[in-house]
Design a protein around this ligand. Sequence first.
Ligand code: SF4
Ligand code: SF4
Length: 434
Amino acid sequence: MTTAVTKTIFDDIEALKKELIRCMKCGNCMAACPIYNVEKKESSVARGKIALGEAVLSNDIKIDDDTLINLIFNCLVCKSCMMACPSGVRFDRIILGLRAAIAKKKGIPFVKKALFKLLKNPELFDKGMKAFAAMQGFFLKPEGEKKRTPKGFLKGINPRLDEQFILPELTRESFRDKVKETIEAKSSQATAIFFTGCSVNYLYQEVGDDLIYVLQRNNITTITPKRQNCCGMPVMVHGDIETARELARKNLDAFEKTNAKYIVTVCGSCGSALKHEYPIILEGTEHEEKAKKWAERVYDISTFLLKVIKFEPPKGKVPLKVTYHDSCHLKKSMKVFNEPRQLLKMIPGITLLEMKKPDACCGSGGSYHLTHVDTALKIAKAKAEDIKATAADAVCTGCPACMMELFEGLHRIGESCNVTHTVSLLAKSYRAEN
Ligand code: SF4
Ligand code: SF4
């Protein structure tokens, strides 16, 4: 049952005013913005988009103006500008508020709407993903181990889907299907929910396996609720706040059915949605208290291991030169950047080599890489060159979406550097003990 929602910036564009006026137009956000760095246009950066928001509020531009809509959607929602902002402007709120207003006035485009509807129905979504996995041979051809690349005709649909586009093979069985819902630890020190996110559920199941292995090694009982849904971030960034609210409510109800004290994530975007967005989008609803309660219990795996539980340092040797990529949502929203590095340094044999710009966005931005192909490719290639310059054997990160983008960026510049997740290197070290 849904109750009335208090007016938030997602419901009432006027509520954006208090955020917009905090911008003092200093331009500090320019150097931090990956899109501005490529396009060099004022409209690409936070300051320019804030000016557009002001123009909307003063009725100088209509919210359903097509040029405005294109400019507002030309943003990765990477939050890099917020890190550089001396006024503490919550640009993430501004951009999502504007997109929500656009969606409300103009509606959601048909294809997106159909996809989002599917997301709201986990059984149907699951069937759709499995059907696509079974038919992927029609669209994608094998490219190396467990990787696929589009067949020629897809390039005509989207120029990004050329022969250089690489994605992991879709699995026919989801991670949540194959894993036991509750895995008891021998002498359990705590119980944690594993919020898998869609990427681990369908694409990067090895990351999920490694997470469970690491938790088991640390005597954590793991609950992976079958009924968990998409975190809602992909719909939120497209302005579909109602769908985001529905997904959030369903997830919270699934968490409530467990006796877990913590939620562990392996994806910066999922973690950020659960921890920072749910309490805001559910403000004033009957789920507000649940959202706040569970938000306090959400941890990225690296923080969970180092700051919450009694952690058993791994002893197995992993002789690798590794560079670490900061996922935008993990660093700039969840403020997690020291802990993964600490963990990597604890693994015997690993040498951590820093990039020049480890926290520069990879250019994925959810679907941004498919909708703004030229800019996103330039961002991805710049990231790949930075990785290459470290001469590392592997690049490691805390977000499966970044993993996909990094792999493709490296592939496009002809680099074969391995792409992995922090938790996978930890698991590798534990396994090497045996
Ligand atoms: S969120 Fe990222 S892409 Fe968007 S304006 Fe800020 S820095 Fe630029
Ligand atoms: S850095 Fe902050 S205050 Fe300065 S222009 Fe950008 S958004 Fe406005």
